[in-house]
Design a protein around this ligand. Structure first.
Ligand code: GDP
Ligand code: ZN
Length: 292
């Protein structure tokens, strides 16, 4: 028996990466009866058929995490990539990605790309907002070759999903880190036009430095319907989740309530205003979702 990781699945076959190479494998029929479908990212044990050198998945190890979209097991962290210009950084969107990542209980890292296109004070503002919220912020530029080693350190030995809008440089960054990936880069219209004719399947890409990245960006569906109650939202804000209990009311939404610790911290700039304003926008949106 060999241990490995499912890195790809096509037409009923699973490709399992082991220390001895990648094995095309089938899954034990029993998994279907138990309603367990092997997922990309699953740690498995396979038996090798010596006749044709294919594998047979005998066991799926317990999952540490499970993403729904894309459906992948054991992802450990998400890197949200935003560009500072072209397209302009959008804090609302960035906070939205962070919210989904917190909801999935993954570690979040922020990568701000295309720093060759701006001045330092803009970078300081971003750093200030997000380090206060407890996030690591990495600034990168492909043009000036900045931050690539720092990004490598974060990716090393981890299973990572990249998040972020189109055109910010996700593929370009991965191509620099792992040149043999040859991911398609370029302007958005070109990519989507070609993308239509290729069927998408999810794949874990192995990094030479150790670790894997998903070949598709995660967290593209950004509607907030996964949040069922207004009180949940504050648990997905990193700078709030551990201190919500400090407000006078247990169920404080940090909105109009008196003696609110969060609002105090926003006033004294311990929590950044931009994050808090987006929190209120999301709160309002959740209030207005029609539930049937
Ligand atoms: P993705 O959609 O997030 O994968 O973005 P791409 O990697 O396809 O990049 C979109 C465009 O941004 C391409 O034309 C890249 O050449 C360009 N780009 C990527 N990184 C940088 C950077 O650091 N600086 C500048 N100026 N352009 C970049
Ligand atoms: Zn409060």
């Amino acid at each position: 028996m060999l241990e490995g990781t499912i890195i790809k699945g096509i037409g009923g076959f699973y490709y399992v990466k082991t220390d001895e190479g990648v094995y095309e494998s089938r899954a034990r029929g029993l998994f279907r009866e138990e309603k367990i479908t092997p997922l990309i990212g699953d740690k498995v044990r396979i038996r090798i058929n010596p006749e044709d050198n294919t594998g047979y998945i005998e066991e799926i190890k317990n999952r540490k995490s499970q993403l729904l979209r894309p459906p992948v097991a054991n992802v450990e962290q998400a890197i949200v990539v935003m560009s500072i210009k072209k397209p302009n950084i959008n804090y609302w969107l960035l906070d939205r990605f962070l919210l989904s990542i917190e909801h999935e209980k993954l570690d979040a890292i922020i990568c701000i790309n295309k720093t060759d296109l701006i001045k330092n004070d803009e970078m300081n503002e971003i750093k200030n907002i997000y380090e206060k919220a407890g996030y690591k912020v990495i600034f990168t530029s492909i043009v000036d070759d900045i931050g690539i080693d720092e990004l490598k350190n974060v990716l090393k030995d981890k299973v990572t999903v990249m998040a972020g809008p189109s055109g910010v440089g996700k593929s370009s960054l991965l191509n620099i880190i792992q040149p043999n990936l040859k991911l398609e880069t370029g302007d958005i219209s070109k990519k989507t036009r070609r993308g239509k004719h290729t069927t998408r399947h999810v794949e874990l890409l192995e990094l030479g430095l150790g670790g894997y990245v998903l070949d598709t960006p995660g967290f593209s569906a950004l509607d907030l319907s996964f949040i069922k109650r207004e009180e949940e939202l504050r648990n997905y804000f990193n700078e709030m989740k551990d201190i919500n209990y400090l407000c006078r009311f247990d169920s404080c939404l940090h909105d109009k309530e008196p003696s609110c610790e969060i609002k105090k911290r926003v006033e004294s700039d311990v929590i950044s205003k931009s994050r808090y304003e987006n929190y209120l926008k999301f709160l309002n949106e959740i209030k207005n979702i029609r539930r049937y």
